[in-house]
Each structure stands twice: as C-alpha cells, then as structure tokens.
Design a protein around this ligand. Structure first.
Ligand code: MOS
Length: 765
C-alpha cells in the first residue's frame, strides 16, 4: 500500500511513539549483554580532602563480589582529557579513582563489581573509606571560594560592551539597579545514568544514553589511549537528557576499564542520588542589572554583571551576556561575567544553559523598568525593539520578537489587564498577569548522512544524530519523505550509533537544522542521479528537460508539461539496485576545519552571536497567569500562552510538544525547582524525585503554543532555526513578573516559594 506522501511542515505524531509506549524501544541499559558483571559505585562522604584508607575486607567477603576498583589499583588507567568547553569531550576534569584526592561530595571513590546488582550494592555499603577531610566551600559567600573573571580564564568568552554605560546610567532620568539569583538545578532525566561496556577482539562497545555518540567515541579513545575506530557507542533511545548527556562523564571510562579487567561485559545503573554528583547540573548564578531609560522608555544604558558557581579545577561557565546584552536596542552597554570556584562537582549544560538564568535577570529588570515608567511592559519592549544587535550593529537574519508579543498578547487577552498590583482578583485568589521575551541562538553544525533508496521506494536514512525525545527520528523521516516523494511508512531512520555518518552533539538546539539539511542534500544527490538517467533515456518521456526540472513527488518522477512516471521505474532506469548517497554539509559561518571536527566528535556549531557578519536567534513571547491565594500564599499557574518565531517548522506536532514542554518546565521551575545544599558539608540534600520538585499534571492547566510564520533562508537552506530550548527561556521571568502583578512583591531570587510572599503589601484579606 502506498500511503499519502507527507511534506516538510506536515503535522504528524512521532514515528517512534508506538515503540516507546509499547516498551519495544530499547534503552541503553535494556540491552542484553549475555552474562554481565554488575557495577555499583561508592561515592565520597566528604566534599574536600584526601582518602587515607579504604578497608575492603568486609566488602570482598560478600559472596559474588568479583573486584573492587579504587585509585589504589587502577590509578593511572584513565587518561586526563580536556573539558568539553575547552575543546575536549568530558564534562569534568576531575578524575575519580585517578588519585586519593576528593574534590566534591559524592565523587566516585570505588567501583564494586559482582555477579549480581544486589551483591555489588551490599559490598559497596560495606566499604570503609577513611578521609583526611578539609573544610569545604559550598558556593557563593563561602569562606575559601575564589572568584575569577571569565575573560581571564576563557579563550572564547567576551564581555560585550559598547558606549559608556556608567555615564549614561548616571545621566538618565529613570533607572533600575537590582540583584537577581537562580539556584542550583539538576536535570533529573527519568532514565538514570547508566553505562554498559563489552570488549570483543580488542573492540569496545558502549551502550549509554548519549547526546553525542561521535564525541563519546573519540573522547573515550583519548581516555583509554586507543584508536577511535576501536570504539562503538550506541544510544538509540534516550529517556531525557536536557544537556546532561552531552559531555562524557568519567564513569564511562571506568566501566570500560572494569569490563577489560574482568574480560566480561559490565553494566552500571547509577542511583538517582548518585546522578546528582557523577554528572553535571545547572550552576547557581547571581546577577546585577542596571537599566536606565528616558521617559519615552528608550533604553539609554544596560549593564549585566553575572556570577556563576563552578568546581575547583574547571572553568566551566555559561556566560549568557552574549544574548542578554543583545536583546534590545541600547547605545550604552556594559557586562562582565565571573566564575566562583567552590568544592562542588563541575556544572554543565542544562536546557538553554546561558539564556535561562541570564534572561530571568534581564526580563525581570525590564518589567521593573516598565513599572518605574508606568508603561505597559509590551509597549516597553516595542520601544526597544531592533533588527540590529546593539554591540556591533550586526543585522539579525530575522527577528520577529514583536509579532510574537502581539500574537501572544492577543490570544492571552492582555488588553483586559488592570496594571495596578493586586487589582485583579477572583474571590480569595489574587490574579497576576506577566510576560517576558524568550530568545535562543540559531546554531547549525556540519553533519553527514547516508540515504539509500531501494528499488521499490523504501528508504533508509543513517546519521549519528540523536533523538533525545525531541522528535529527531520524525523530522528526519519527514525530510526524506518530502525530498524523495515516498510515504513516511517506507522510511527507516537509524540514529544514535557512532558507526553511522557523524552528526553534531544534540545540544544547542541544532539537530533539526543540521541534520535535516544534510539529509535533504543526500536526497538531492539521489534525485540528480535519477533525473540524469531520465533525461538521457531514449524513450523520450523527459526528453528536452533539464535534470533540475525533474522532481520526486507522490511516488513518481515528475517533469515539465505533466510528464510523470512511477518511482520504481525511474529508479530502475538509474540503477540496477539501490541508490545510495553520502552527503556532508558545512553551514555558513563554520570555520574550514569544521568538517574534520565533525568526524572527531567536536561541536563546530555556527550561529547565535558568534558570527562575524550577522546574528541569528529564534524569538518568542510568553504570557503567564498566576493565582496567589490571599490567605495561604499558594501559587498556581493556570494559564500560559507562548508565541514563537523559529523559522521553518518541520513538524508542528513535535515542535509544539517541545515548546509546550519547555513552558511547563518553566512554570513549574519558577515556583519550585532548586537543588538544596547543606552548606556546611557542601552536599546536595534533596537528591530524589520526592524532594526535588518537578511538575505533575495537577500543576499544569491550560498551555497554548502559537507559531509565528517566519521565512529565513539565510540561516540554512531549509530555513530551520531550531526550538528545543526556546520554550523555557522566558518563563521564569514571566512567572516572577506575574507574581509581582498579583501581589506587589518583586521576587528576584528563584524559586518563588510562598514564604517569600508572606509580607505582601498588595494582599488585603
Ligand atoms: Mo542542550 S542543554 O544544549 O542539551
């Protein structure tokens, strides 16, 4: 049966949905390994100091225990490699089992290997680790924490500035000068951090949920001192990632070493609690924002100073001033980012890493400025809208911020808002309406893909991209269906395997743009081959046509004047078997070594504010209704409307799902989400899903996603901007601004918990 042919832009549910809901989708730790040994991690009970002794007697006596790895027996087995953000692959340079040194609480201090998970767990609990502990610094304001300027320790960081922000601030009539903060947060993907490793004939296979299989392959090769082609990393389905699986954690190499020592496959499933310290997380941040405007609302000065907590040895930073200083027109801008080293594990990417904390600060401050000016916050954004970023004057390839505000405002009913705080009420519930802008860099990287068209029209697409739950399988299939003119049910997509043609890390919302463009390119090579054979054929059906005039559509080859022939006949004329195409694509702005970097598994993304000739971002506007109970201060968010302009939308169903998911994360994160820290011990305390607050269905009521049409062929041939991270960038500020409107209390420190609203002047019982 031939099904209808779908196009890029057709709304379809995800093609891997059935496999996922029936349990047929096989996640990394579901992979049968024959007769594996089971690994359980033991982690440090101190945050700073040295291991003085490990008594293994009782642990080794547990029946079924095979081996215990510690720094004493495998100390040099894993080589130190560079941090992802310094051009390496790992998310931390802290080397567990590399020495006796403890850098943070919950650092891996031993790997216990046993015949069963139960025996390994039992033995891990019986290890007696003794320490020489030192006083740890937990983060900001801790004795012993040290602060350095980002630009002193990073080759790529810039502190955007233009004009004279201090003088303009001093001279301006209306000013805001305020501090903001965001807490430590952890990704908490539902799929735990797991690794399975097996060696065979000197080749290592790793099954691990990964956003970067090609990077993991190359990074592991460096760590283990072997050739990359001896390693295969498989990650077909991913139970949540959000950035936590983009850089290589140190556990993978340890499990590879364990499998080699035992000469047997080894499987690790780390606990939820361990996931807080053996992987990365979102760094705690602080901000000082100074805004100054004329009475007309036009910004005259903008200053954004940011601080971020990191580990002792790693200069990890997100430094979101790249975006926050470019959101509005302003002649005088200053910024500076600093990082604060403490005795913590190294933070890393977490959904929209730079923009989430930095836009919370700037978009809260913009709301405060609107209040100070007695101006509608949407109008304030309109007066400061621009098509050129203010620092260098580079043009946005496209920017539909105000159309997004207008569409969302209308759908929300913003014109019915009474601006005075506390003036909208429904019985005991105070109603607050707030809004904020959202933005995310449009990034595209080099990618490769192989597309095979079989004689009867079946198609196989292969690329080592990743579907982190976003719908990558589906958008890749839609692209091939569109370009080869076949039904989507005839398309098989293979992703998440480092043996496939490489694709970038599934980070920075680049996958749809990077991968669909290269898949389209491979399909085009196939079309050209078929078309060339058709115009050269003696039967004359396409005689006189140029190959460029022939298209593959609706299971046919079609040409000028209504000429058409069935696809299988066209294929048979071009080839006596399948037609295979291998394509590589290097987008605009990628340096010449980008293609080589792709094969090495390095991110070579171009876009955002990092280009020389232009600037490319996707934009949106989010409007939130909060309800605060006048007596209990309970905070609810019954309604959110977001409008987004993100170029071509390949599949409106999966795109809506991404944006909705981002907004849901945001409206739950703003009032709830934080990793709590026992500051004396520099230890996370709410390390499970009972105490780390995430949304449930009862928290979410009405959500609406609006797509604002945008045609931008500068960003890439298909006009795709990417939107996986766009949805939750503005939400925290929109909620905080709505809470201010409801209560008159400006909450500048996330999360917005009800105890912060106890002394609310606008609340009258
Ligand atoms: Mo995303 S935090 O760029 O995986």
């Amino acid at each position: 049966m031939q099904t209808a042919q779908l196009k890029i832009g057709s709304p379809i549910t995800r093609i891997d949905g059935r496999l996922k809901v029936t349990g047929e989708a096989r996640y990394a730790s579901d992979t049968p390994l024959g007769d594996p040994a089971y690994a359980v991690l033991a982690t440090s009970a101190i945050a700073r100091g040295r291991i003085t002794d490990i008594d293994e007697t009782e642990a080794r006596a547990v029946p079924g225990v095979l081996d215990i790895l510690t720094h004493r027996n495998i100390g040099g087995a894993v080589k130190k490699t560079k941090l992802f953000s310094d051009g390496g692959y790992v998310g931390t340079t802290i080397m567990p089992l590399g020495s006796d040194q403890v850098w943070h609480d919950g650092q891996i201090v031993a790997v216990v290997l046993a015949e069963t998970f139960e025996a390994a767990s039992d033995a891990a609990g019986r290890l007696v680790v003794r320490y020489a502990a030192e006083e740890p610094a937990a983060g900001f304001d801790s004795a012993g924490a040290t602060t350095v300027a980002a630009k002193d320790v990073s080759k790529t960081h810039e502190d955007p500035e233009v004009g004279d922000a201090a003088a303009a601030f001093a001279a301006a009539p209306v000013k805001i000068d305020a501090g903001y903060s965001t807490p430590t947060q952890h990704h908490n993907p539902i799929e735990l951090f797991t690794t399975s490793c097996a060696w065979s004939d000197g080749k290592l296979t790793v099954w691990e949920s990964s956003q970067n299989v090609t990077g993991f392959k190359n990074g592991l090769a460096e760590q283990l001192g072997i050739e990359p082609d001896k390693i295969r990393v498989i990650s077909r389905y991913i139970g949540g990632a959000f950035g936590s699986r983009g850089s290589l954690t140190q556990r993978t190499a340890l499990i590879a070493v364990a499998a080699k020592r035992l000469d047997r496959p080894v499987k690790l499933v780390a606990s939820r609690k361990q996931g807080f310290t053996i992987a990365t997380y979102r760094a705690e941040t602080r901000h000082r924002i100074k805004l100054a405007a004329g009475q007309d609302g036009k910004l005259q000065s903008l200053t954004h100073i940011g601080w971020e907590v990191t580990s002792r040895p790693d200069n990890y930073m997100v430094s979101g001033t790249d975006a926050s200083t470019r959101l509005y027109a302003c002649p005088n801008v200053a910024s500076k980012v600093s990082i604060v080293h403490a005795d913590r594990n190294t933070p890393g990417f977490m959904r929209s890493p730079p923009e989430v904390p930095y836009l919370f600060a700037i978009e809260s401050a913009m709301d405060e400025l609107a209040v100070a000016l007695d101006m509608d916050p949407v109008e304030l954004r309109r007066r400061n809208d621009t098509q050129n970023e203010p620092i260098k004057g580079l043009p946005y390839t496209s920017r539909a911020l105000m159309p997004c505000f207008d569409h969302a405002a209308q759908a929300f009913g913003w014109d019915k808002r009474s601006p005075k705080p506390g003036s909208m009420r429904d019985g005991d519930w105070l109603i607050g309406w707030g809004c904020a802008a959202t933005m995310y860099p449009t990034q595209v990287g080099p990618a490769a893909a192989r597309v095979t068209l079989f004689p009867h029209g079946a198609v196989k697409v292969q690329t080592a991209a990743h579907d982190i739950g976003t719908g990558a399988y589906t958008v890749v299939a839609l692209t091939a269906a569109d370009r080869l003119g076949v039904g989507i049910d005839r398309i098989t997509v293979e992703l998440g395997d480092s043996d496939l043609p490489p694709a970038p890390v599934a980070g920075g919302s680049n996958t749809t743009a990077s991968v669909c463009n290269v898949v389209a390119k491979a399909c085009e090579q196939i079309r050209v081959q078929i078309a060339a054979a058709a115009v050269a054929a003696p039967d004359g059906k396409f005689a006189g046509a140029a190959p460029a005039q022939l298209v593959l559509a609706d299971w046919s080859l079609k040409g000028p004047g209504g000429a058409a022939e069935p696809l299988d006949e066209a294929i048979a004329r071009a080839s006596n078997g399948a037609i295979e195409a291998y394509a590589e694509n290097v987008p605009h702005g990628v340096p010449p070594e980008g293609l080589k970097k792709l094969y090495q598994g390095h991110a070579a993304l171009a876009g955002g504010a990092k280009m020389k000739d232009r600037i490319q971002f996707a934009f949106g506007a989010e409007f939130v209704e909060v309800r605060v109970h006048a007596r209990t201060r309970e905070i609810r968010t019954p309604r959110i409307v977001g409008a987004f302009a993100a170029g071509k939308i390949v599949d409106p169903v999966t795109a809506e799902s991404q944006l909705m998911g981002g907004m849901i994360w945001g409206i739950s994160s703003a009032p709830h989400e934080a990793t709590e820290i026992d500051r004396r011990a520099a230890r996370y305390t709410n390390t499970d899903l009972a105490e780390y607050l995430i949304p449930v269905n009862a928290d979410i009521d009405r959500t609406q996603v609006i797509f604002v049409a945008e045609d931008d062929r500068q960003v890439n041939e298909l006009g795709i901007k990417g939107l996986g991270e766009l949805g939750n960038v503005g939400t925290n500020a929109a909620v905080a601004n709505a809470v201010y409107h409801a209560t008159g209390v400006r909450i500048r420190d996330l999360p917005i918990r009800l105890e912060k609203l106890l002394n609310a002047p606008a609340i009258k019982l």
